[in-house]
Design a protein around this ligand. Structure first.
Ligand SMILES: Cc1cc2nc3c(=O)[nH]c(=O)nc-3n(C[C@H](O)[C@H](O)[C@H](O)COP(=O)(O)OP(=O)(O)OC[C@H]3O[C@@H](n4cnc5c(N)ncnc54)[C@H](O)[C@@H]3O)c2cc1C
Length: 445
């Protein structure tokens, strides 16, 4: 085998910490790597994918030594920046006729998502996590418009065909849950779980001991492969290992993997200041995704200081994988409008935290998965639903790296490879236009 070197052309710059971290007590990160070490497997990236891969490797073979490194601290990447929905059902069950192939595809997507949720449910039980970290409470979809209401009715028919339990809710019923009369209809699906993302990823990271070592603030600068193994170089040390798992999401491309195949898209969240639970009626904890896929996600959380509402909206294509002040300002303005639209009587509530996070999408919505080079295995390109898909990709990659067979592995191996994107100038214009058009189509949703 020919020796090869893959150098990181850029490192992640995630930006201001997400509101989720500000709500938690401070945590001391694990020390950065400052020497040369050896391991059986080195994992680059400690988000959902990397943490799940390390957890699965430790389950499959507790004698295997695993080193996991992250350029930042655990919870500062997208895995700590999301809205915390672990969704078990695909957004889009099938387009066109509901044929056998479409049903199998949907079933596979459900198996992928539920494998991830099961992993977290087991960890929650083993670690005694409360519902403030992992809550298998289901989630709502909500409609602001008649078109959205119709979409929920169509989705309900598809769920029925798949024999998936759910409940359609009228305007009064969804108002009783959300405390606002702004929604025209809702749909409840019981299989989703809601998480505090930073608490969840920190909880997993803090479980590692024995054969799994985590090094935070340790960027991988290069990966060298040869017939005798791999070396991952970091600023003050290196890891020599037989295999590398790349769990860096869009930064796979920074090493040259998935080049010209990944679309780097940011989305944004804002979290209100705390308010007295009695201020807004309804339940004190719920999460609702929009009836239209490119719409606005809303979540209410309940903690000691009071309740808060989270708004997640806006997608923007940023190929540099670094968000700027103008994009943040635009998203903030949009979030304030979306909040006022949904809670007109409480528009005075201020947003206390705002943040953004990067996702990696592919043209044909498949992950960058599998042995992408001799000894290098990828669990990247979450396609915006990394809570479940990146987690499951991490599990499946760990299994692939040690030769363990499973249904999840079969499903991942059967995914097509990511399609090549059109040349860069066309993608830049196309992606921006496409996102703008879809956002416009989502309208008030
Ligand atoms: C605002 C927002 C809301 C979202 N809401 C949801 C939701 O509700 N549900 C859902 O399923 N998904 C949601 N997502 C998407 C989800 O957060 C991502 O899909 C998911 O976090 C991807 O996980 P990952 O482990 O693949 O990648 P990441 O979390 O991006 O982890 C990759 C890690 O690799 C590290 N890294 C990169 N390069 C290097 C290097 N050279 N050396 C060392 N480390 C490196 C990074 O620091 C990072 O920690 C949301 C995203 C955002 C931004």
């Amino acid at each position: 085998m020919m020796a090869k070197t893959f150098r990181a052309s850029r490192l992640p710059a995630h930006g201001a910490e997400p509101g989720w971290a500000a709500l938690l007590p401070a945590r001391a990160p694990t020390p950065a790597l400052d020497r040369a070490i050896t391991a059986d497997v080195v994992i680059i990236g400690a988000g959902f994918a990397g943490l799940a891969a390390a957890t699965r490797l430790a389950q499959l073979d507790p004698t295997l030594s695993v080193a996991i490194i992250d350029a930042d601290v655990v919870g500062n990447g997208a895995s700590g920046r999301n809205s915390g929905f672990l969704i078990d059902l695909p957004h889009d069950i099938s387009s066109g006729n509901f044929g056998v192939d479409a049903a199998t595809k949907s079933r596979n997507e459900i198996t992928v998502a539920r494998s991830a949720i099961e992993l977290y449910a087991r960890l929650a039980q083993a670690s005694d996590w409360g519902k403030d970290i992992f809550d298998p409470c289901g989630k709502y979809s909500v409609a602001m418009t008649d078109a959205g209401k119709e979409h929920l009715a169509t989705y309900s028919a598809k769920l029925k065909a798949l024999d998936e339990p759910h409940q359609l809710l009228g305007a009064a019923e969804i108002a009783d849950i959300t405390g606002t009369r702004s929604f025209k209809a809702g749909l409840f699906t019981p299989g989703a779980a809601m998480v505090q993302p930073v608490a969840l990823v920190r909880g997993i990271a803090d479980r590692f001991k024995g054969s799994v070592s985590l090094f935070e603030r340790t960027p991988a600068l290069s990966i060298e492969t040869s017939s005798s193994g791999c070396t991952v170089k970091t600023p003050k040390g290196e890891v020599r290992a037989a295999k590398v798992i790349l769990a860096t999401n869009g930064h796979a491309e920074s090493f040259g993997f998935g080049s010209g195949e990944l679309l780097h898209v940011f989305t944004y969240a804002s979290l209100t200041e705390p308010f007295a639970p009695s201020l807004i009626g309804g339940l004190s904890k719920w999460g609702a995704t929009p009836a239209a896929p490119m719409g606005t996600t809303v979540r209410r959380i309940n903690e000691a200081a009071g309740d808060r509402i989270l708004i997640r909206s806006r997608y923007s294509y940023i190929p540099s994988i670094e968000v700027g002040a103008t994009a943040m300002k635009g998203a903030a303005k949009l979030h304030d409008r979306k909040f006022a639209d949904r809670f007109p009587d409480h528009r005075h509530l201020k947003m206390q935290y705002r943040w953004a996070g990067a996702m990696a999408l592919t043209w044909n919505t498949v992950p960058l998965f599998g042995e992408v080079e001799d000894r290098i295995f990828a669990a990247c390109a979450c396609n915006g639903i990394g809570g479940t898909k990146s987690t499951a990709a991490g599990i499946a990659t760990a299994e692939l790296a040690v030769g363990h067979q499973s249904l999840l592995g079969e499903i991942f191996r059967a995914f097509e490879k990511p399609q090549r994107l059109p040349p860069r100038p066309l993608v830049e214009v196309g992606a921006r236009l496409n996102l703008a058009m879809r956002e416009w189509r989502a309208g008030r949703e």
